[in-house]
Design a protein around this ligand. Structure first.
Ligand code: NZQ
Ligand code: ZN
Length: 389
């Protein structure tokens, strides 16, 4: 490992079937005014809402709710939540849901006491908060984003069709605690389950496909990828398999809680392409990544060939005998493609609502990241998007 870095992750995790039992212990640490934040209603159908409300009532908390946080939360919804949390003098924002709800809670947390427009400050100028932050706790219901243990918060401005993520530098913005009960993920529709699985896989790829040094982070990444492939194959046949879903939930957290980025420049171009597509289509996050991944990886493969050979052999067990590096690397990508098809992922952006007339506009809002094996220019982005149609 050749990098210099600091590492601190302050989020306390409670994991397993009984993890909600610890909510009360956490609640004791905060004041009485709780803002309960959730999505479009899944938590009411599967009973998680009732279980949380019971605990909040027993601890005599003063609760207001922000409901209806949509997948890919919007700026308009953020403004609404800021008002609610401000008027309630919130002591804790309790997010119950997937990455959208957790991200949204973090965005509210840095905005309640902010005197400027949060979109301008955090999402256009990428500044850090200079105001008091409201603590966030998460009760996670979907495995995928890693939002439960990181400082990322992605918001979509529907007017400008910009979907932008800010990964805040200050670890104070990470959730104070997260409750991870794999059972809560069992009610996810199949489409969301596999979308989350690919999101996890791609988070690992985005960090793995960068750098050329011998880095411990890459060995951890390979282990996480192998475990994810294994458990995903069980979960698609038997979605109620607790052990597989439990592994998937734990891998999601470690795939994006800063650990495997240590000492790495990290790529994130698949996410930039996927987010740009998401801004135009409002498609499910993991599917946007799946739809652009293969054209992107095939294009950059020659620039990071040795890493793609390592990916093929260490992650996909491709045999190397009498093959050249390109052949081995391509076989690795083919194995990844086969696995993606096994999961039933959406493999093109057309199916997600994009078309060739949108390509130039999507390219215009695709941020170019410098950390991967090739810094793309606009022309290359357009070509990759065309290949993804
Ligand atoms: O809204 P409800 O009714 O709750 O339904 C949700 C939603 O429709 C449903 N769902 C969640 N848990 C469920 C459930 N349905 C049944 N049973 C359950 N247990 O699933 C749908 C999708 O939920 P969402 O939270 O949108 O999914 P995800 O966790 O994939 O989050 C996506 C958002 O996170 C951002 C994405 O861009 C997107 O906005 N990301 C955040 C990151 C971060 N913080 O680091 C990184 C990621 O790369 C990603 O960009
Ligand atoms: Zn993602």
């Amino acid at each position: 490992m050749l990098g210099n870095f600091s590492y601190c992750n302050p989020t306390k995790l409670y994991f397993g079937e009984n993890s909600l039992d610890y909510l009360n212990t956490e609640l004791l640490k905060y004041g009485n005014n709780i803002v309960l934040i959730y999505g479009g209603g899944s938590v009411k159908k599967n009973g998680i809402y009732d279980a949380v409300i019971e605990i909040l009532k027993k601890s005599k908390k003063n609760i207001v709710e922000i409901s209806g946080v949509m997948p890919n939360p919007t700026l308009k919804k953020l403004y609404e939540g800021i008002e609610i949390a401000r008027n309630h003098h919130a002591d804790l924002l309790l997010a119950v849901g997937g990455g959208s709800v957790c991200d949204y809670a973090k965005a509210v947390s840095v905005s309640v006491n902010c005197t400027e427009d949060p979109w301008e400050k955090y999402y256009l100028r990428f500044e850090e908060p200079d105001c008091e932050i409201i603590p966030v706790g998460c009760i996670l219901t979907m495995a995928g984003t890693g939002s439960e243990m990181n400082s990322g918060a992605v918001i979509t401005n529907q007017q400008t069709k910009q979907k932008i993520g800010h990964v805040f530098a200050d670890e104070a913005i990470m959730p104070k605690f997260s409750i991870l009960n794999p059972k809560y993920t069992l009610s996810l529709p199949y489409y969301q389950m596999v979308s989350g699985i690919y999101d996890i896989f791609n988070h690992i790829c985005e960090q793995y496909f960068s750098g050329t040094d011998n880095n411990t982070s890459d060995y951890i990444s390979e282990g996480l990828m192998k475990s994810l492939i294994h458990s995903s194959r069980i979960a698609i046949k038997d979605p109620n398999n607790y052990e597989a879903r439990s592994n998937i939930m734990w891998i999601a957290t470690w795939a994006l809680n800063t650990l495997i980025a240590k000492g790495k420049s990290t790529d994130w171009m698949v996410h930039m392409l996927g987010q740009a597509v998401g801004g135009y289509t409002n498609a499910t996050h993991g599917m946007t990544l799946a739809a652009v991944s293969l054209p992107y990886y095939k294009y950059i493969m020659p620039y990071g060939l040795d890493k793609f050979v390592r990916f093929a052999t260490n992650v996909w067990d491709i045999k190397t005998d009498e093959k050249n590096k390109e052949e081995i690397a391509l076989e690795g990508l083919k194995a990844m493609e086969n696995w993606m098809k096994e999961l039933g992922l959406v493999m093109n952006i057309t199916e997600l609502g994009a078309n060739k007339d949108m390509i130039e506009d999507i390219a215009d809002v695709t941020a170019i990241m410098p950390g991967g094996y090739k810094i793309l220019d606009r022309e290359e982005i357009i070509n990759i998007l065309k290949e993804s149609l």
